[in-house]
Ligand binder design. Structure first.
Ligand code: ADP
Ligand code: MG
Length: 244
């Protein structure tokens, strides 16, 4: 994992983040700090800016204003050091249909200049339960298998932080249960996780902290521990509050 320039109190430190598209603000002075080892469920209605926040964190999109540090490194100036610490699993799988699982991971390993790539690839394919599909073409994979390969890709460079954007979307019960165990393992290994989801049941299981985005800021931020039923009513309350 990447050496940090100093020992920051927060692994992720976002201060007064503003993001506007064509002058239309999506995030309005959002402040959020995440410490090492947390598993944050990031909730909020469609269009509330969850994906935008994840994209900014990994340097795929630029903030309009505000300060962002990851492991002490500053965005956008130290983007390479920030990216080295983050693995992203987004809606787009970023995988190539006509390459095998192995070839896909090999391609990304080359992008990262990863030493001992073959050993790391084998280790990750075993970890996500795809070792028997090592040489199968990705276009033959189910949605669940694609998602597992995406996680393997995101973990290739052994990042401290895993960002997942609605990872349960399109997965059946079995695939969701496998994803649960993979995320639990990633968290147990000491990785810090931020996961957006619409599934309040899932948000109530693994995450250690619940954050709800509402009207461009954090409308709710508490340790996990509330039941899925309580969370559902909290969520409705927070996201339907009228600002005056
Ligand atoms: P969420 O993930 O919570 O559903 P998004 O972050 O995808 O929300 O989007 C937040 C808002 O920003 C939406 O209104 C969306 O239309 C807008 N938006 C997202 N990306 C762009 C973009 N590249 N250009 C213009 N508007 C965008
Ligand atoms: Mg989204």
């Amino acid at each position: 994992m990447n050496p940090t320039p100093h020992s920051p109190t927060y692994l992720i430190d976002i201060q007064e983040l503003v993001k506007a598209y064509d002058l239309l603000p999506v995030l309005r002075k959002l402040t959020l700090q995440v410490t090492h080892g947390e598993f944050v469920a990031l909730l909020g209605p469609n269009g509330s800016g969850k994906s935008t926040l994840l994209r900014i964190l990994c340097g795929l999109s630029r903030a309009t204003a505000g300060s962002i540090r990851v492991g002490g490194w500053k965005l956008p100036d130290e983007i390479a050091a920030v990216r080295a610490q983050i693995g992203l699993v987004s809606h787009k799988s970023l995988l190539y249909d006509n390459l095998s699982a192995y070839e896909n991971l090999r391609f990304f390993a080359q992008l990262y200049n990863l030493p001992n790539a073959d050993a790391r690839i084998a280790e990750l394919l075993a970890q996500v339960g795809l070792q028997k599909r090592t040489h199968a073409l990705v276009r033959t994979f189910s949605r669940g298998m694609l998602q597992r390969l995406s996680i393997a890709r995101a973990l290739l460079h052994n990042p401290d932080i895993l960002l997942l954007d609605e990872p349960y979307t399109g997965l059946d019960q079995d695939a969701s249960a496998i994803l649960d165990s993979l995320l639990k393992a990633a968290h147990d290994e000491g990785r810090t996780i931020i996961m957006t989801t619409h599934d309040l049941n899932r948000a109530a299981i693994l995450p250690t902290r619940i954050v709800i985005l509402s009207r461009g800021v954090i409308g709710y931020d508490q340790p996990a521990g509330v039941s899925a039923v309580e969370l559902a009513s909290l969520y409705t309350e927070i996201t339907s509050m009228v600002t005056t």
